[in-house]
Design a protein around this ligand. Structure first.
Ligand SMILES: [Zn+2]
Length: 117
């Protein structure tokens, strides 16, 4: 249950931010959570939605909507020193065909923002 633990993590991140912003999260309702997932992360968006439905029951997230935005993979080529967004997760630079590349975006997952009622 990889995704379920990620969802629980997201809930704690949002609760923590609400604590910092409003001095508490109880009694408040979250309306929307905007999540950014890298196209090359190991997380499956469908599974995220499913686990979100399960995990939100009986919490301040029970009426919340989960919005997932996919961030394209971005790589940096050490040979031609350029950034690019390859269409497929291949480790070859689409500009110079070099294979000394580094992933700089598209692998992480983060809470972009959230909205409360
Ligand atoms: Zn290159």
């Amino acid at each position: 249950m990889h995704e379920l633990s990620i969802i629980r993590n997201i809930f704690s991140i949002v609760e923590q931010k609400m604590d910092n912003l409003y001095g508490g999260h109880l009694g408040k309702r979250v309306a929307r959570v905007n999540l950014m997932i890298g196209a090359f992360s190991t997380v499956i968006p469908e599974c995220m939605h499913f686990n979100f439905e399960v995990a939100r029951r009986g919490t301040i997230f029970s009426d919340a909507e989960l919005v997932i935005k996919i961030i394209p993979l971005e790589i940096y080529c050490k040979e031609c020193k350029k950034n690019s967004e390859p269409a497929e997760p291949v480790f070859v630079c689409p500009i110079c065909d070099g294979n000394d590349v580094e992933i700089i975006k598209g692998r992480d997952l983060r809470v972009e923002s959230f909205e409360i009622d």
